[in-house]
Design a protein around this ligand. Structure first.
Ligand SMILES: Cc1ncc(COP(=O)(O)O)c(C=O)c1O
Length: 399
């Protein structure tokens, strides 16, 4: 029966099919998360106890100081100031408080930023392999996702292909650096070229193109790599962020949209984003997360430990014959599947108690993704399984 639900929503669910299929299998796995034989590399979820600083901050700020402590909260001035100071220090851009919109994570930041500027029938360019939900969010607004491929194995920003994909209906381009799942950080020169493309394309248009910069992993950087925001190179760029990565506490949701002072039509955008947050179902972080933000801003998982885990995974899998991409940032290592059918290879690994995310879930068949948020014990225990699976694949390919 199709009459029961919204046509737009039915269409929006279509790109999620491989993800939902995978999730069903994954939920069988997490039915027993304490099974000592399970090695879970699927998602950017924690596999160690939460950082004590997070617990301390939440306990401290849970105690009400006045009657309105848990009243409705939108973007509270104290939390906005924490974000503003952090952004100015990290990017050297003089953001204003009025242009920072606190959201429940990058998820809501992306959704509300899009909702503020796109209309049904608009085209939104996204880069593939993408974060799983871009297409669904775009389709959910009756807009059209336009896919531009990022090519293995360099995973460079495909500026020329983006330029070729722009049409009079293009309204937004989503760029994610450091990139999930390749771990690539786009260099300044490429972002500059992209900015020039979008500036030229937006000229003489009544409805300009917005660049949505998904910076979820901008503080998960390896090897002293620096992150550069595309906001330096395009006036109509919005910065979208989540604290879910540095805190590795994605269930405690807080993030933001930030607009740079050089953004044209700021007044209209402020109103549109506030309205988008309202119609998206009050898409602001809860009161407690906002109070705690001053403390949480200072907290981060141990990036050096994450980098050591990356190096270990790369070395051990490389020695077994796997081809893996060394990430410059993010939580992830992308690995070429020894079988063309990545879902079949993920099943081989699962039979050995090792769970990875097959590329079919993120538009990159022939690859799979490992999350480095697994703990060191899981890495250690997974190695015989990785070895058995690549050996079994070799036998299958040979036969
Ligand atoms: C590229 C990218 N963008 C956005 C998000 C959403 O982050 P959050 O769930 O913290 O809002 C994620 C989470 O995995 C991501 O990988």
């Amino acid at each position: 029966m199709t009459g029961a639900t919204s046509r737009t929503i039915r269409e929006a669910v279509e790109p999620l099919a491989p993800f939902l299929r995978f999730l069903q299998r994954y939920q069988q796995l997490i039915a027993n998360p304490s099974d000592p034989n399970v090695c879970d590399f699927c998602f950017g979820n924690p596999h160690e106890m939460p950082l004590p600083e997070i617990t301390d901050a939440l306990i401290r700020w849970a105690k009400p100081q006045h009657q309105m402590w848990f009243a409705y909260k939108t973007s509270e001035p104290e939390a906005v100031e924490v974000v503003r100071a952090s952004l100015v220090a990290r990017h050297g851009i003089p953001f204003e408080a009025a242009d920072i919109f606190l959201t429940n994570g990058a998820f809501a930041a992306i959704t509300c930023a899009l909702r503020a500027v796109i209309d049904p029938g608009d085209e939104v360019i996204y880069l593939s392999p993408p974060w799983f939900f871009y297409r669904t969010i775009i389709l959910g607004f009756g807009a059209t996702p336009v896919r531009v491929d990022i090519r293995p194995t360099r995973f460079d920003l495909p500026v020329d292909a983006i330029a070729a994909a722009v049409t009079p209906r293009t309204r937004a381009v989503i760029v994610n650096s450091p990139h999930n799942p390749s771990g690539r950080i786009y260099p300044d020169a490429d972002l500059q070229r992209l900015g020039a493309v979008l500036e030229a394309a937006s000229e003489h248009r009544e409805r300009p193109i917005y660049l949505l910069s998904d910076e979820a992993y901008s503080r998960i950087l390896f090897d002293s790599n620096a992150f550069r925001t595309p906001l330096h190179h395009y006036r109509r760029a919005m910065l979208l962020y989540t604290y879910g990565k540095t805190l590795l506490a994605p269930g405690q949701r807080i993030g933001y949209i930030a607009l740079p002072p050089q953004m044209p039509d700021l007044e209209q955008l402020r109103e549109a984003i506030f309205t988008a947050q309202t119609v998206t179902g009050f898409a602001w972080p809860n009161a407690l997360m906002q109070y705690a933000l001053g403390d949480l801003e200072q907290v981060s998982i141990d990036i050096a430990a994450l980098q050591r885990r990356r190096d270990r995974v790369l070395a051990d899998l490389g020695a077994m014959g796997y081809e893996a991409i060394s990430p410059e940032g993010t939580f992830y290592v992308l690995v070429r599947s020894p079988l063309t059918d990545d879902e079949a290879f993920a099943t081989l690994l699962a039979e050995a108690g090792v769970y990875v995310l097959p590329g079919a879930v993120f538009e990159l068949p022939g690859w799979f993704r490992i999350s480095l948020t697994a703990n060191d014990g899981m890495v250690e225990r997974s190695l015989p399984g990785f070895r058995r699976a690549i050996e079994a694949a070799a036998v299958e390919v040979a036969s």
